[in-house]
Design a protein around this ligand. Structure first.
Ligand code: SF4
Length: 213
């Protein structure tokens, strides 16, 4: 909390803040992703899975967390699909030692099995991407064949049932011209289980979404 406060004050009193005083750190654990959401974009037009960057392993991850914790109180872990990092489980076990005020993990949710106990010990906000409750449409958008959407919804339910769950579940949807009718259904699903639901508009230059299989 104190780091957030001092960083905020440093920005508030300076018209031209120098140095690095972040309110939170967003760590792209890996750009790898096995899915092909049609709107996937790093902000410059490239889908994340086409980006190439060295990933940190083992103690390098711990060193990075130490640096981030010195700079700010809050951490967002994202990707790509962060669960595909080869040391994802080890990384999760490192996170609590750094005592961030809050940690959010964003995921498509397909590979969560086996990680839920470590997530429960390290994450405060677990954010699932979910754009529709229509299985066929969801599978078409994910681009990896039938059954993926069903597995993701099953993992959301498994996360909800995690014993002594302290993390909050948030459903995050991308709004496109092609799923506006689906969003109230996603919202009803979220409300039924007491999840928060965040909706973000798709970048305006994204072409009309076509199924990829
Ligand atoms: S799950 Fe995320 S990273 Fe993967 S293709 Fe979809 S939007 Fe991109």
């Amino acid at each position: 909390m104190w780091k957030s406060l001092t960083n905020y004050v440093r920005h508030a009193v300076s018209r031209q803040p120098r140095g690095w005083h972040p309110m939170l750190a967003v760590y792209y654990l890996t750009y790898a992703c096995d899915f092909r959401c049609p709107y996937c974009c790093d902000g410059s037009g490239k889908p994340y899975h086409e980006l190439r960057s060295k990933i940190l392993r083992g103690s390098e991850l711990d060193q990075l967390l130490t640096k981030l914790r010195r700079a700010c109180d809050h951490l967002v872990i994202t990707g790509g699909e962060p669960t595909l990092h080869p040391d994802f489980g080890e990384f999760l076990r490192m996170v609590p030692r750094h005592r961030f005020d809050s940690v959010a993990l964003t995921t498509i949710g397909h590979e969560l099995h086996g990680h839920l106990p470590a997530i429960a010990a390290s994450v405060r906000y677990l954010v699932f991407s979910l754009d529709t409750m229509d299985e066929a449409k969801g599978d078409a958008w994910l681009g990896r064949g039938p059954g993926c959407h069903r597995a993701i919804v099953a993992n959301i339910e498994a996360a909800r049932r995690t014993p002594r769950r302290h993390f909050e579940i948030i459903i995050s949807s991308v709004a496109t011209p092609d799923n506006l009718d689906d969003l109230p259904v996603v919202n009803a699903f979220a409300r039924e289980y007491g999840f928060r639901h965040a909706v973000c508009p798709v970048p305006w230059r994204t072409p009309r979404i076509q199924p990829t299989f």
